[in-house]
Design a protein around this ligand. Structure first.
Ligand code: GLU
Length: 465
């Protein structure tokens, strides 16, 4: 593989459902790989057994699949860097831990959670940013042996070098500078022997030859640690780009409070994956293209330079916009497949076609069609007040003439000629009488869908003086 090959990855921790923020990260990494004819890797970051749930591993894959973000390598798709679940990579990590210890770049730490917590509080109380106090940094061999003999299980800490400048160019935020003295020695292997996030995440990016990492801005502060660690192991870091956080309309980080924010919830609410992807594509990534795009079109239009620093606002109204664009763009057969599960089996072929033609421009989610099914095919019609008024104002003669014309042909033109009215004067009362509303589907397909008896009865209701 050439060094120029673009390899990106999505590296979720299976401790929850796929939320919009992570779905967007996955989308951006997928698009970058596709744009540069590279590879997109799915890696499951499951070294924290306490937080991992198998159901989430399956759900994450199902959600990515649904979004159309096909990964080239992953737990279920063999590749040169298997295994793709970190819980199965302990044998690859072991020699690296040993090397770091041998070279004194890492040391066992015996501090208990209680001790660490007390130290943290003391530092906070003294107005200092808390970091590891270095208690176990300089323990001699005898002291270590004594603690091990007491049965204490150490974690392994990376020894952060003193007085080092860490610099890197973030693909979104530009040049970043950190000083190592602000960073405490950090855990790279937990007491139970499992690899900690800082380690497995950075090491796997290097071992899997990931070229670009696009991830949430909340990880920006982790990057200098990961750079130091990779440097200690003489491994090449990827290029990092930290994408802006997703926030709700109130400006706070997107969360449950903002309603449906997981991919599953949006899917179950009836949104199409194309609508979700089109929305995510525009969150923190600017594009001059304002039409509905396919994934290949998004890949072509994806630009690292267009990633934005400002927090990206998620608004349901925008998702609904993309959903209606999707509904609008559906081919007739696709529209039919979409609405078919809702349609009563009793409808004739002509009614089905007319119904779909009538309601499609008026609905965003398939569920919205239910109300129109009820209005067009249901027996009882509930009138909105202004519609009732409009129908009454048109007068009995109007409806009598319309009903009369209907006996010959259920056709809009025939009805119009018989009533002698045009434009709104004709359409408004007719729509009001037939649907109980002033706004809604076009009348021609509506008339074709509604059973003739139903049309007649609804006109006659207003035909008596
Ligand atoms: N497992 C990490 C997370 O889900 C990955 C972060 C990263 O992309 O580097 O937050």
């Amino acid at each position: 593989m050439s060094r120029d090959t673009v390899v990106t990855r999505f590296a979720p921790s299976p401790s929850g459902e796929l939320h919009l923020g992570n779905a967007r990260t996955a989308l951006f990494n997928f698009l970058l790989a596709r744009k540069r004819a590279g590879r997109f890797v799915l890696r499951i970051e499951d070294t924290d057994a306490g937080r991992t749930q198998e159901t989430f591993v399956a759900a994450l894959a199902a959600d990515l699949d649904w979004l159309g973000l096909a990964w080239d390598e992953g737990p279920d798709r063999p590749g040169a860097h298997a295994p793709y679940r970190q819980s199965q990579r302990a044998a690859l990590y072991q020699p690296l831990f040993e090397r770091l210890e041998r070279e004194q770049r890492a040391y066992p730490c015996f501090c208990s959670h209680l001790e660490l917590d007390l130290s943290r509080r003391a530092q906070l109380a003294a107005g200092r940013a808390p970091r590891y106090a270095g208690t176990c940094r300089e323990l001699g061999a005898a002291e270590r042996a004594a603690r091990l003999a007491q049965g204490r299980k150490p974690s392994l800490r990376f020894r952060v070098p003193h007085a080092r400048q860490i610099e890197f160019v973030d693909l979104v935020h530009g040049r970043q500078r950190f000083v190592s003295d602000d960073i405490g020695d950090f855990i790279i292997r937990r007491e139970d022997g499992s690899a900690a996030f800082f380690f497995s995440n950075a090491v796997d990016d290097a071992l899997m030859q990931i070229s670009h990492v696009l991830r949430g801005e909340d990880h920006l502060a982790n990057t200098p640690r990961q750079q130091l660690l990779l440097e200690g192991l003489e491994l090449a870091p990827p290029q990092y780009g930290h994408v802006s956080l997703l926030v709700g309309t109130d400006g706070t980080p997107l969360s449950k409070r903002h309603g449906a924010t997981s991919v599953r919830e949006l899917r179950e609410a009836g949104y199409a994956s194309a609508a979700v992807c089109n929305q995510l594509f525009r969150l923190g990534h600017s594009t001059p293209l304002n039409q509905l795009l396919s994934l290949p079109q998004m890949a072509a239009a994806f630009e690292l330079e267009h990633l934005q620093r400002a927090p990206a606002h998620f608004e349901l109204s925008q998702l609904r916009h993309w959903q209606s664009e999707w509904v609008h763009a559906l081919a007739p057969e696709a529209a039919r497949r979409w609405l078919e599960p809702l349609l009563p089996a009793s409808l004739s072929e002509r009614q089905v076609e007319s119904f779909i033609a009538a309601v499609r421009p008026n609905i965003v989610l398939a569920e919205d069609a239910r109300a129109w099914l009820q209005i067009i095919f249901g027996e009882a019609l509930v009138f909105e007040e202004p519609a009732l008024l409009a129908a009454r104002q048109a007068g009995a003669a109007f409806f009598a003439a319309a009903a009369q014309a209907l006996e010959e042909r259920a056709d809009l033109g025939a009805l119009r000629r018989a009533t002698g009215r045009k434009g709104a004067e004709f359409f408004m009362p007719l729509r009001a009488a037939l649907t109980g509303r002033l706004h809604g589907p076009e009348l021609a397909p509506l008339l074709a869908a509604m059973p003739a008896e139903q049309v007649r009865a609804r006109l006659l209701r207003f035909a008596a003086p």
